[in-house]
Design a protein around this ligand. Structure first.
Ligand code: ZN
Length: 187
C-alpha cells in the first residue's frame, strides 16, 4: 500500500462504475472486478450505491495521509476517487450517462463537502476532465454540477432551482452545505 500526504490532493474525481442500472453492485463486486484486472483491490476511495449508501474502498482512515487510489491514470498521487453505482443501461453498455438517483446525488454532495473539509484546496472534476482521459465517465459535468449545488446552497435554498434544476439535492443537504459555502466565502 502506498500512503501519501493529504497536502498532495488537488482534485476529487467523480466516476461511474459502468455497471448496468438494472442490476445491483456493491463495493465488494467492484473490488473483485478490479482485482480481476490486476489491481490489488478496488481503485476508488468511495463507492455510492443506488440507494445512497456510501461504501469505502482505499483507506482514508489515517490522519494526514491517504492511500493512493487507482482510478485516474497519472493523477492517482494527487486525487481522491468517488464512484457511483451505475452509469449505463443494459443493451447500451457503451453509452454512459448520468444515472444517479436522488439518493446518490445527496450522498455524493455530502461526501464531497466532508472531503473538502479535509482537503480544502481540492477541486471537483469528472474522470473525463482529467488530462489524457479518453472516457465518458462519469456521464455528466461534475464540476458544473458541484458549482450549481454550491450556488443553490448560497442562494438560500431552492429559490434558484427553476433556473438550474440539475443539482436535485435535497433541501436538508443544501442547509448543511450553507456552512461550507460561508467558510469558503470567508477564505
Ligand atoms: Zn472513471
Amino acid at each position: 500500500m502506498t500512503y501519501l500526504l493529504d497536502s498532495r490532493v488537488t482534485a476529487i474525481v467523480i466516476h461511474y462504475s459502468a455497471t448496468p442500472i438494472e442490476s445491483d453492485f456493491t463495493a465488494a463486486d467492484i473490488d473483485q472486478m478490479h482485482r480481476a484486472r490486476g489491481y490489488k483491490e478496488i481503485g476508488y476511495h468511495y463507492f455510492i450505491r443506488k440507494d445512497g449508501t456510501i461504501e469505502t474502498g482505499r483507506d482514508l482512515s489515517q490522519a494526514g495521509r491517504f492511500e493512493q487510489g487507482a482510478h485516474s491514470f497519472g493523477e492517482n498521487d494527487s486525487s481522491i476517487g468517488i464512484c457511483y453505482e451505475g452509469g449505463v443501461r443494459r443493451g447500451a453498455m457503451n453509452l454512459g450517462y448520468d444515472s444517479r438517483t436522488d439518493a446518490q446525488k445527496d450522498a455524493m454532495a455530502g461526501l464531497i463537502a466532508d472531503l473538502l473539509e479535509r482537503f480544502p484546496g481540492a477541486v471537483v472534476r469528472g474522470h473525463r476532465d482529467m488530462p489524457g482521459a479518453a472516457t465518458q465517465c462519469p456521464g455528466f459535468n461534475a464540476t458544473a454540477w458541484w458549482d450549481d449545488v454550491l450556488a443553490q446552497a448560497s442562494n438560500d435554498g431552492l429559490a434558484q432551482a427553476g433556473a438550474s434544476p440539475s443539482p436535485d439535492v435535497s433541501r436538508g443537504l443544501l442547509d448543511d452545505l450553507k456552512a461550507l459555502v460561508a467558510r469558503h466565502d470567508r477564505a
